[in-house]
Design a protein around this ligand. Structure first.
Ligand code: SF4
Length: 524
């Protein structure tokens, strides 16, 4: 079976980092790991090609060659998903869809034309799909009916199908699921609350496969909570460390984890020694009442500032997500987020307005309360420029304006530079010893551009040089990372104007808001 995998295009988001990617001559941040895994689960005698539409278009020759088109994507990719399904159908090809969007909304109009819906986790549903294809079926819908597969038998993803030089980072996955119960989270809906992990040997074999293909840069562990199963994460980390040591630490790692990482010194040490350089934390808000409303109680147990400081002191850079628009939220939530980020120094702070994703506990509650603005099929998903998709407990304009102000304040060039500098002064120096690598021409070109823009052209110039000298004196081992993180603001700066414009346009199209006193909504 000649199978063409098509990964739909993403809209521009905070995390798409276009301007950084331009600097380092890459097209996309991360590869479509899900499709590469699906390819490994299908019969290996099928011929396969993979096109990531974020890298390039599907060629005429590829459409002509294909017999079966497999498309997978997330909610933010749904528009292009629909377009690619239509193109494939207009050519008379069989189309199968799967992945998070299809699994959470199998009846969504964007995927209605697909012949096969292969829902949930592929380890369970792909064998049913393969049987159907081998029987000659031309349509079908396969669901895991609530079952969650053991992932210890999942094969190494077909990394060889990817155009490796287009990506800034590669991805691997160790675990699925998270033990927590945040009200807005769709991960626990899709993957459950009992984290399932691969074996250390499996994960190390994936690293080896990437290494054998020539990969030598960063790797993102896409786990939604890498420490969801702490015992298994601690069995894995020494094996990664040993593998890295033998090869001179060729990979740096990033992942996502819950804030309780800061309570586990052993885990932080092990992560650092395996060369985990950064971790994304869902901090959401410094407002304790909002965290309780969102059932994110794990973030209320210990002071969040101290948690960020502890992780940083262990040599792991914190990235964090923040949300505005929780029920019962008090005026000034945006400002409180800016103050928290400034105090802790977190360089990359992602902000968004709360979105109710289909089938989450938040979605069901708001549906019951009659507060959803869009129906399930129209849900837009997490994007930093979407207004809330439900009626909040305070005026939507106030939330949106606070959000825009906070976003702009966070990425004001001088404020950003101050924050990154204060952060890197606190950062622990690396304890792992990698082999020395000479900078490439691309690295040197990127460095020259950052120096030109931030150190000469903009009004950040005096700070830039002062901070460079300060870093060289007080934490020289972190100078390179410091410069890389300064370069990130090339993207955030541009993204500030996108956020401002898109939110303004959406606010203008809203109907006039009722006076607060006539509204019946009460905080929960
Ligand atoms: S900690 Fe993160 S992954 Fe886990 S339930 Fe909460 S939001 Fe979801």
């Amino acid at each position: 079976m000649r199978t063409l995998f098509v990964y739909p295009e993403f809209p521009k988001t905070f995390w798409s980092y276009e301007k950084i990617l331009e600097l380092v001559n890459r097209k996309v941040l991360l590869p479509p790991l899900g499709l590469a895994t699906v390819a490994a689960l299908l019969p290996q005698d099928w011929e396969m090609k993979l096109v990531d539409r974020n890298v390039r278009e599907v060629s005429e020759a590829e459409w002509d060659w294909a017999e079966l088109v497999v498309i997978s994507g997330m909610i933010v990719q749904k528009d292009d998903m629909e377009k690619q399904i239509s193109i494939a159908k207009s050519r008379g090809l069989l189309v199968a869809v799967g992945g998070p969007y299809a699994s959470s909304t199998p009846d969504a109009p964007e995927i209605a034309k697909a012949d096969f819906k292969v829902l949930d986790e592929g380890e369970i549903t792909l064998p049913l799909f393969i049987e159907a294809i081998q029987r000659g079926d031309t349509s079908g819908r396969f669901s895991a009916e609530g079952d969650k597969p053991d992932v210890t038998g999942t094969p190494i993803p077909r990394f060889d199908l990817l155009q490796l030089d287009a990506y800034d980072s590669m991805s691997v996955q160790f675990s699925r699921g998270c033990p927590f119960n945040c009200e807005f989270c769709d991960i626990i809906v899709l993957y459950g609350r009992k984290p399932r992990t691969k074996t250390p040997e499996q994960l190390v074999a994936e690293l080896q496969s990437l290494y054998d293909l020539g990969w030598r840069r960063s790797i993102f562990l896409v786990d939604d909570n890498f420490i969801g199963n702490k015992r298994n994460a601690k069995l894995l980390l020494p094996q990664i460390k040993a593998w890295q040591e033998e090869r001179g630490y060729p990979f740096s790692f990033a992942t996502e984890a819950s804030v309780d990482l800061a309570d586990d010194d052993e885990m932080m040490r092990m992560m650092h020694e395996a060369r985990f350089e950064s971790v994304f934390l869902g901090i959401e808000t410094p407002d304790e009442a909002s965290l309780e409303t969102a059932r994110k109680v794990q973030n209320t147990r210990n002071p969040l500032d101290a948690a960020v400081d502890r992780i940083t002191a262990n040599g792991i850079r914190v990235m964090a997500g923040f949300i505005i628009g929780f029920d019962g939220e008090k005026e000034g939530a945006g400002r409180r987020i800016v103050d928290f980020v400034t105090r802790t120094g977190i360089p990359a702070a992602m902000m968004g307005m709360l979105q109710a994703l289909p089938n989450t506990a938040l979605w069901h509650r708001l549906e019951k309360e009659g507060r959803l603005i869009q129906d399930k099929d129209a849900a837009k998903g997490v994007n930093q420029t979407n207004l809330l998709n439900f009626e909040p407990t305070r005026p939507i304009r106030d939330i949106a304006n606070e959000y825009v102000e906070a976003f702009c304040a966070l990425y004001e060039p001088n404020a950003y530079m101050d924050r990154v500098y204060s952060y890197y002064l606190k950062m622990g120096a690396p304890r792992w010893k990698g082999s020395t690598k000479l900078p490439t021409l691309t690295d040197l070109r990127a460095l020259a551009i950052v120096i030109w823009r931030q150190g000469l052209k903009r009004n950040t110039r005096s700070r830039f040089w002062r901070y460079m000298i300060g870093m060289a004196r007080s934490n020289p081992a972190m100078l390179e990372q410091f410069l890389v993180v300064l370069a990130h603001n090339e993207h955030f700066l541009e993204y500030r104007s996108i956020v401002q414009q898109e939110i303004r346009d959406q606010l203008e199209s809203l109907p006039p808001e009722e006076p607060k006193s006539t509204r019946e909504l009460q905080p929960v």
